[in-house]
Design a protein around this ligand. Structure first.
Ligand SMILES: C[S@@+](CC[C@H](N)C(=O)[O-])C[C@H]1O[C@@H](n2cnc3c(N)ncnc32)[C@H](O)[C@@H]1O
Length: 352
């Protein structure tokens, strides 16, 4: 064995950075829950005493958190005044839930996901998968918070207009099904934007549907937006003008069966919008920071979710357009194209 010491030390340095990242994830969740970021946002430099007083927290704990955050580059520290500051750009990502740059939901999702570590380790041995519903509820809320700002920024502005003729139908009044809707973030964004259309969100996970109903009531869209518990292969209704799957087709045990069900539920000139995590077709081309997050989250969530269901295709969160095209066209769709994309999403259009 000939270990190159320089290469080894370089790797250890990287791993130490990752140790810091892993702990920072927990500290972001703490800062979010206690309102520390919101208290610092646009408030200028402050001491740990001031931040603790403003948030009703313990100064000694806050000071340690601040130093960890400063070492992570999340906040700045001025030794001369012993004051800490959250720069405006970081405030956008850490204190503004409505910003497309908000990362709070991502951290909540990741920290909550890690609670399933022992179940996931067992699933490597058993092959039995781990159901979506077996995760900590923080995963469901974290996913909603992580995706909602992206839906608010893109869905009405660019994703729907990228589909052939769909925007006009939605403005005039169309029937829409949002399958695997989770807490209904995408359903509610669409229902608000197109009041002449009716939207129904389906998910097999009952507690998520309960939350979606609460969100719809809070958003004042219950007139044209409802939610029902139903799985992807047996949701009710037919002649939908638009069916949408947001970040969930790859989670399903039988994505081909789900595609066949979409086909029989669509109107003859209807459209299926499939939003999936951005991925290239070859693994090598996904070995980058976005692919790192997606492959890792997929090991914890998406792949075992699919393995826990019937068929267990387990496309994974980095399926890529070519594999998705195969599944969807094998199910009988005759037209398929990439309608648009963002650095995080592929937006695919399939038509009968
Ligand atoms: C990553 S979450 C996405 C939720 C939501 N579409 C969003 O974008 O916020 C995946 C969702 O797919 C749902 N799901 C997984 N398998 C399903 C199935 N076979 N039928 C219906 N929903 C399913 C899960 O319950 C979960 O809510």
């Amino acid at each position: 064995m000939a270990v190159d010491e320089a290469v080894l030390m370089e790797f250890v340095g990287k791993a130490v950075g990752d140790l810091g990242s892993a702990l920072t994830a927990g500290l972001v969740v703490v800062g979010d829950k206690l309102g520390l970021y919101k208290a610092m946002a646009h408030a200028g430099p402050m001491t740990s005493i001031e931040l603790a007083a403003k948030t009703g927290t313990t100064e000694r704990m806050v000071r340690e958190w601040l130093n960890g955050q400063a070492a992570s580059g999340y906040i700045t520290y001025d030794a001369a005044t012993q004051r800490y500051e959250l720069p405006d750009e970081q405030a956008e990502a850490l204190a503004n839930d409505d910003s497309p740059a908000c990362v709070l939901g991502g951290f909540q999702m990741i920290v909550s996901t890690l609670r399933a570590e022992s179940k996931i380790t067992d699933a490597f041995r058993s092959g039995a998968g781990v159901g979506w519903h077996e995760h900590d509820p923080g995963v469901f809320e974290g996913v909603e918070r992580f995706f909602r700002p992206g839906y608010a920024a893109n869905l009405v502005q660019s994703w729907i207009p990228s589909l052939d003729g769909v925007e006009d139908k939605l403005r005039a009044g169309a029937r829409v099904a949002d399958v695997g809707c989770g807490h209904g973030a995408s359903t509610i964004v669409m229902a608000k934007a197109y009041p002449n259309s009716t939207f129904v969100g389906f998910d097999y996970h009952g507690p998520s549907i309960d939350e979606a109903r609460k969100r719809a009531a809070e958003a004042g869209v219950t007139d044209n937006c409802t939610f029902e518990v139903a799985a992807a292969k047996d949701y009710p209704g037919h002649d939908y003008d638009l069916v949408a799957h947001f970040d969930c087709l790859h989670d399903m045990g039988d994505p081909r069966g789900a595609s066949e069900h979409v086909l029989q539920s669509l109107a003859p000139d209807g459209t299926w919008m499939i939003v999936e995590p951005f991925a290239n077709d070859d693994v090598t081309d996904n070995l980058n920071p976005v692919g790192r997050v997606y492959y890792s989250a997929s090991t914890f969530i998406c792949t075992p979710t699919s393995l826990a269901q019937e068929v267990g295709t387990a496309l994974g969160a980095q399926a890529g357009e070519a594999r998705l095209r195969d599944v969807i066209t094998d199910a009988g769709f005759t037209r398929f194209r990439r309608a648009t994309e963002t650095p995080f999403n592929l937006v695919l259009e399939a038509r009968p």
